[in-house]
Design a protein around this ligand. Structure first.
Ligand code: G3H
Ligand code: 13P
Ligand code: ZN
Length: 321
């Protein structure tokens, strides 16, 4: 049965983004697949008083079951209140690739969807994005589109190298599709291996500023924005992991992007790394332990600390709820 996100206490991104653009900060978009990740996100954002976007990928839907995820998000709203925080919470589909998937998410309580037509030819991307916008806006659900292709893996779509967003296309794309926000490609990428070792880890803030000039004040989104903290990578490796040459986006560059029109920053890999490091530590130090709470609990604490740090020191979203 169809459910409206408003009935479950979620919000869309419109007001969040307007405030973030005006205030020079970005809203965290944290991916979740299970209960511990969701608990950590909510605990962290309540503690630092940050608005938050809970992000669900197609892979997460397959892993966790979409009905369970919808009730988990509903539970998250109540959980936040129990913790004493009335923070704005958005439930967002990450990298939706078809109209049908977006429609299905809207029917099951999502307040925001991404239609990622970035790998299609330009006109096809416009057409698909506009179709999703026309449907979503009937239910006051906001839509994120994407122009330009990130290097690495965008879900099932593999791209060898970046196709940076072309600033001369953004105005046309935004006005013809009616999207509420635009994800751009400026050198970020998904996963833990964003730059070759020995190269300068630098994103193209010059392209971002050129885009901003073309669509002043329009909400911009950055995917692939994990920083792959070296101390967390070292911890994974110290406890038996084998992550070689994992490199992310330096925090100062994200901070600078968040001060501009970038108002949503997507972070998934850093959470995966933090959980893995904490779990590996327990497995090595307490090989006789077999109660999942004894390793998922520390993993949840590590995640919470990571998310708080992002809101406070990188995105600037702490205290904005
Ligand atoms: O952009 C991709 C996100 O990190 C989600 O990853 O498709 O493995 O769930 P996933
Ligand atoms: P990371 O892999 O850098 O965390 O990016 C996540 C993302 O963009 C989700 O859409
Ligand atoms: Zn992404």
């Amino acid at each position: 049965m169809a459910v409206s996100y408003k009935k479950i206490g979620l919000v869309n991104t419109r007001e969040m983004f307007a405030k973030a653009v005006a205030g020079g900060y970005a809203i965290p978009a944290y991916n979740f697949n299970n209960m511990e990740q969701l608990q950590a996100i909510i605990q962290a954002c309540v503690e630092v008083k940050s608005p938050v976007i809970l992000q669900v990928s197609s892979g997460a839907r397959k892993y966790a079951n979409q009905t369970l995820l919808r009730y988990m998000a509903e539970g998250a709203v109540e959980f936040a209140k129990e913790l004493g925080g009335n923070i704005p919470i958005c439930l967002h589909l990450d990298h939706g690739d078809t109209f049908e998937l977006c429609k299905s998410c809207i029917e099951t309580g999502f307040s925001s969807v991404m239609i990622d037509g970035s790998h299609h030819p330009y006109e096809k991307n416009v057409e698909l994005t506009r179709q999703v916008v026309e449907y979503a806006h009937q239910f006051d659900v906001t839509v994120e589109g994407e122009l330009g292709v990130l290097a690495g893996i965008e879900d099932d779509v593999k791209a060898e190298s970046h196709t940076y967003t072309r600033p001369e296309e953004v105005q046309d794309f935004v006005s013809r599709t009616g999207v509420d926000s635009l994800a751009i490609s400026i050198g970020t990428s998904h996963g833990a291996y964003k730059f070759k070792p020995g190269t300068n880890p630098k994103i193209r803030l010059d392209i971002l500023h050129e885009i901003e000039k073309r669509i002043p004040g329009f909400p911009i989104v950055l995917h692939g924005s994990s920083s792959v903290p070296p101390e967390i990578v070292a911890m994974v490796n110290n406890y038996g992991g084998k992550l070689k040459d994992a490199i992310g986006i330096p925090e100062e560059q994200l901070r600078e992007a968040a001060r501009s029109a970038v108002c949503k920053i997507n972070i998934d890999s850093d959470g995966r790394l933090a959980m893995t490091a904490a779990i590996r530590k327990v497995f090595v130090e307490k090989p006789d332990e077999f109660d999942p709470r004894k390793y998922l609990g520390p993993a949840r604490d590590a995640l919470k600390n990571l998310y708080k740090h992002k809101c406070e020191a990188v995105l600037g979203s702490a205290g904005r709820a």
